[in-house]
Ligand binder design. Structure first.
Ligand code: HEC
Ligand code: HEC
Length: 251
């Protein structure tokens, strides 16, 4: 029973990967050396309107969709990705998950072949499915896996804590915790689309920060994360990735 299901999931991933690289206009343009510009990021007002118009999410249905649509084959049965390279989705804020699914669907989050895969799986996804999947992820505990190697960094633990809690006014870096929560649990209220970072895969964390830095990931409202990431050194980003990866375990 188990093996055919796994084979099916593996086949689906291959088909998705092939479809993503063969069919996507963005990917095609990039092959010819002319990356198509991604559509502009949602403004905070557009995000509020989107979230207000979303149907209520049903986490039970969301769990079923997560396996039926093969999300589980890449993000893990319980939202903890088996591959160090892919993001965990367990415990993520529902508003952020919804925004990402819409950003991938619209091609606003289009940082390369991995994002192209996500564009493909969300292409025809109705709002109800997005709401249900996001509601289920939000019910799961934040990941805390210790197997993925943490990047080594020369930045001291106290300097990292300072960045997280106080930011760096001389570089106009706002404290990470002011948006991502004191425990990395994600934002609430107006900032509820600020993602949880606690337990996130450190390799994914570093890569996505580099993509903000290089203006490759451009779906952040008001260029906020691009501005912060652009001012951080590689060593600081690596230290922050390790700090957040270990955060749930430290609680
Ligand atoms: C073939 C593997 C694969 C499949 C299948 C897949 N994903 Fe992903 N997903 C990824 C990768 C890789 C990324 C990171 C892409 C990037 O760097 O832009 C990602 C990113 C995401 C993100 C954003 C995470 C973050 O922290 O920003 C969400 C949410 C997500 N996927 C949900 C889903 C859902 C829901 C499904 C099923 C409908 C799904 N994924 C299917 C590989 C996959
Ligand atoms: C002003 C609020 C704010 C501050 C301050 C802030 N962030 Fe963010 N961050 C966000 C928002 C909002 C997003 C989601 C962007 C999007 O829509 O894609 C985000 C996204 C991220 C992501 C991507 C998460 C994922 O799953 O893909 C990482 C990593 C991150 N921030 C790290 C940091 C770090 C480290 C700091 C401190 C140096 C920081 N952020 C400071 C608001 C903030």
């Amino acid at each position: 029973m188990n093996t055919p299901l796994r084979d099916l999931a593996a086949a689906a991933v291959l088909v998705l990967a092939a479809a993503a690289s063969a069919l996507l206009p963005v990917a095609r343009a990039a092959e010819h050396g002319q990356p198509a510009p991604a559509p502009a990021a949602m403004t905070p007002g557009e995000l509020r309107t989107l979230l207000a118009g979303m149907p209520a999410g049903d986490p039970v249905r969301g769990e079923r969709l997560h396996s039926a649509q093969f999300c589980a084959s890449c993000h893990g049965a319980k939202g903890v990705a088996p591959t160090p390279n892919w993001p965990h989705v367990a415990g993520q804020r529902a508003a952020y998950t919804v925004k990402m699914l819409v950003d991938y669907q619209r091609g606003v989050r289009a940082e390369g072949e991995r994002a192209a895969l996500m564009h493909d799986v969300t292409r025809d996804m109705p709002a109800q499915d997005m709401a249900d999947i996001a509601a289920w992820y939000a019910t799961l505990p934040l990941p805390h896996e210790a197997e993925t190697p943490r990047p080594k960094s020369t930045v001291s633990a106290s300097d990292v804590l300072h960045l997280v809690r106080k930011g760096d006014p001389s570089r106009l870096i706002t404290p990470c915790a002011s948006c991502h929560g004191a425990k990395g649990q994600g934002g609430t209220g107006d900032g509820k689309a600020s993602p949880a970072l606690a337990g996130q895969n450190p390799q994914y964390f570093v890569r996505t920060m580099q993509q903000f830095h290089g203006e490759v990931r451009t779906n952040d409202a008001k260029r906020g994360m691009r501005a912060f990431a652009g001012k951080l050194s590689t060593a600081e980003v690596e230290a922050l990735a390790t700090y957040y990866a270990d955060l749930p375990a430290a609680r």
